[in-house]
Design a protein around this ligand. Sequence first.
Ligand code: PAF
Length: 282
Amino acid sequence: MEVFSDKEQIAHVIEGFKEQQLTIGFVPTMGALHKGHLALVEKALENNNKVVVSVFVNPTQFNNVDDLKKYPRTLEKDVLLLETVSKDILIFAPSVDDIYEGNTVSQHFNFDGLEHEMEGKFREGHFDGVGTVVKRLFEIVKPDNAYFGEKDFQQLQIIKKLVSKYFIPVNVIGCKIHRETNGLAMSSRNTRLTENQKKQAPFIYKTLKSAKKFFGTKSANWISKWVDTQFINNEVLKLEYFIIADINSLKQISRKTKNTKYRAFIAVYAGDIRLIDNIALN
Ligand code: PAF
């Protein structure tokens, strides 16, 4: 297991792999790894000769300074966890300066409107930050395949857009959401939940499953209103948004059309911890 903090060094090693025609699988993360991340790493190991995992808490994608400060940073634990999957993984844990070279600002992107939906409305500049760091990481790691979880489904669609707009030769692979046995979507932020919040949080997925059940017979508007009422009296979980959207445009729908795939998306606060989740509806 090798941990690189210097981008030139890891780029040099990767260059050597490329010369030997070895394929590179890449799992970008912000650390505080959990089983969901490990599943991405396992998939990358299955399908590539070499696997790189980046651990980098990207400041430009946080629109809330407090959230950035409190984001869990557990590199030593992350390394040990990755070792349980394979010792043949390259970990890239750069500094902010290494990535941003003294100018910690985002590039501005046009993702054909995907960036203005859902998370884009509530986290200003978030996808510029994600686009900036993922583009830079792709330039350093030059992966053949890159793996992202569907929990951040909007992010996944935006990264697919990024590679197609900038002709980045990487295959972006979405992987299914990993859940705790109680249904809560795995997230690095879950470690910050109190016992009571942990007990309540599975209600988020329970609500999504009900929305899916209703989707066959009820309108999108009806379901949205129903979800609103479910959270009105909840003392612990505060609903930020629930929407049903076309998976390609990510635009909220009021009416279903044939041959279109939909997902329900939700964002909820438990105290100051923001949890997101989504479910395929058809
Ligand atoms: O999903 C994440 O953990 C981050 O948004 C990513 C893709 C690693 C970019 O910082």
